[in-house]
Design a binder for this molecule. Structure first.
Ligand code: TYM
Length: 334
């Protein structure tokens, strides 16, 4: 709680271009929650370096993520939008929480297993302790809720366990966070392989719609989406391609899968895919336009970055002071 308001924290990695999965699973929900909570939205650039990054690309991606947050409608005057690397308390708390996390817990994380299989030549310690940094992100701001897609639920569960364990030893230090899952599209799949999640690291660019893709590219990717045998638009596990497109369409339009089935009864896949493309464009075109406007206003964005980092540091330090004292580190004399 902050001045009677509940606190929300969430973040995205800046490893590449944000996808429609990020938009539906996270950003779109974030926008709906800003009135209800005091919100902290971080660009998780510290998290990004578990995989080698080109410095210039990392810097650009991080700025693009930050501007996309704002372009999607998050007001940077009301929400604290900042780079994780600008607040050193994240890394500091992560170390302390490392000492309250068991190897066995981290070994069970499915994302660690997946990523270490994918990057077998670089299974670094950061990849392993990644979920602890994530717990530090959340607990630093005493978050009550954390909106995420399905794939992050296991990490969130761990953050809760760490908070409870720490509180058990030292008393009530951390708020124990709750996940917040949106109604639709908690897991958007690749357009080319609907058994896989739509991901920034997808090797097939047609599988993935990027938030900043232009209108024609989005339409083309939707039209080329893999569909299933048959021709009926049905929401069924036997039709993973169409089911995924229905998930996308429902999350764009607010319609239910049953309404979508009815709307496209007797119509073919082609017509449906065009409608999906148009629905995605009508949502993402304004985001891209606003992003382009912001890209040209460097001074405005720089000022926001500075101001919001100060706010984030203020609240993060407050928690960190409490944690340091509880653990028993000597007080810093200023
Ligand atoms: P990241 O960067 O992979 O994804 C950011 C958010 O987007 C959601 N998401 C999806 N939702 C639906 N369908 C998809 N295909 C899809 N792909 C991504 C994710 O669930 C997430 O909500 N470790 C986190 C970033 C992070 C974080 C945090 C999140 C760092 N610290 C603290 C919450 C709280 C990550 O890699 O998300």
């Amino acid at each position: 709680m902050l001045n009677g308001e509940k606190i929300l924290f969430s973040a995205m990695q800046s490893t590449g271009k944000l996808t429609l999965g990020n938009y539906v699973g996270a950003l779109k929900n974030w926008g709906k929650l800003t009135e209800e909570y005091r919100c902290f939205y971080s660009v998780a650039d510290l998290h990004s370096i578990t995989v080698r990054q080109d410095p210039a690309a990392l810097r650009k991606n991080a700025r693009d993520v930050l501007m996309t947050y704002i372009a999607s409608g998050l007001d940077p005057k009301k929400n604290c939008i900042y780079y994780q690397s600008h607040v050193s308390a994240h890394a500091e708390l992560a170390w302390m929480l490392d000492c309250f996390t068991y190897m066995g817990e981290l070994n069970r994380m499915t994302q660690f297993k997946d990523k270490s299989a994918k990057h077998a030549d670089n299974i670094n310690a950061g990849l392993f302790t990644y979920p602890v940094l994530m717990a530090a992100d959340i607990l630093l701001y005493q978050a009550d809720v954390v909106p995420v897609g399905n794939d992050q639920l296991q990490h969130l569960e761990l953050a809760r366990d760490i908070a409870l364990r720490f509180n058990h030893v030292y008393g009530d230090v951390f708020t124990v966070p709750e996940p917040y899952l949106g109604k639709h599209g908690a897991r958007i799949k690749s357009l080319q392989d609907p058994t896989q999640k739509m991901s920034k690291s997808d090797e097939n660019p047609n599988g993935c719609i990027y938030i900043l893709d232009d209108h024609d590219t989005i339409m083309r990717k939707c039209k080329r989406a893999i569909t299933d045998s048959g021709s009926e638009v049905l929401y069924s596990d036997d039709k993973p391609g169409i089911k995924n497109l229905i998930d996308i369409y429902t999350s764009m339009t607010g319609k239910t899968p049953e309404e979508v089935e009815k709307e496209f009864e007797g119509k073919g896949y082609g017509e449906f895919k065009t409608a999906v493309g148009e629905a995605v464009c009508s949502e993402l075109d304004p985001v891209r336009q606003e992003y382009e406007r912001l890209s040209k206003d460097k001074a405005y964005v720089d000022a926001l970055i500075k101001e919001n980092a100060e706010t984030a540091r203020y609240y993060a330090e407050k928690t960190l002071r409490k944690v340091r004292k509880k653990i028993g580190f000597p007080e810093i004399v200023r």
